[in-house]
Design a protein around this ligand. Sequence first.
Ligand code: PBG
Length: 324
Amino acid sequence: MSFPTHRARRLRRSEALRGLVRETRLATAGLIYPMFVCPGSGVRQEVSSMPGIFQQSGDQIVEECREIEALGIPGIILFGLPESKDPRGTSSTSAQGVVQRAIEAIRKAKLKLIVVTDVCLCEYTDHGHCGVIENGDVANDATLPILAQQALSHARAGADVVAPSDMMDGRVAAIREMLDEHKFENIAILSYAAKYCSGFYGPFREAAQSAPQFGDRRSYQMDPANAREALKEVALDLEEGADMVMVKPALPYLDVIRRVRDSFHVPVAAYNVSGEYSMIKAAAQKDWLDERRVVLEILTGIQRAGADIILTYHAKDAARWLKP
Ligand code: PBG
């Protein structure tokens, strides 16, 4: 039974028919918008490699959060640019820290947005690594209590979800234990479980001022060539108490998203990272690509691969384009 009995084009004849049989329905309800908080007030500085994305002080963050909520985007993830850095990332755990105060301001503004926080040391250490340095190496176990303290300080400030992105072993368990000890058993953990050592983080490191000052992140972030290892990372994080898991970046790892989706029964997030955003922006500025078309195609592709949640700098544009 094939042609002429079967004609695939029958169901592509009109937008109504195409809509009826569409398998993937991209929705604003699954998007999370990343934001960069800096000290001060009235600050709103565009990141040169990420047009449309700003480093902003807490008051400006609150203003943009109102816009985000009005667009129907359910949540944001916050990254901090602290006032001071030191070898141990001390400022990351302070109740007066940039992220902590921004969360409080968002809460005070009575916004219903889900506030996710990135938990990591790279933005807070003077050497730019995601953990503390011992004997010239990023020390795993010595980093865990600092990450746990940082997560606790975010929970105290009013975060709904903490998202460790450091790739230290055992950090999910350390964070879960610390949160539970302090009666934050209802704060969820979204773990960056399969985070690859990627060139696509380039623009983010300008935005978050978090480039490593020596060496690279290959001893803790995953080798781009490995997919089975991602399943192991996810399994370990779930055992340790992660509620949701993330694959990052998104586009070069769609196969990993699919395998994680098929292997585990928890919400799967994908991070459409800074470099993926900047490429589209740069090409669109030159009129080489139709931005709206390719962004919706990319986000649909990430969802089709199996992501329930997409963290993306395109979230505001996508929400506008998806408005019925
Ligand atoms: C590390 C962190 C990074 C990103 C999110 N969390 C960068 C890195 O590992 O160097 C990258 C996000 C992006 O590129 O958009 N705390």
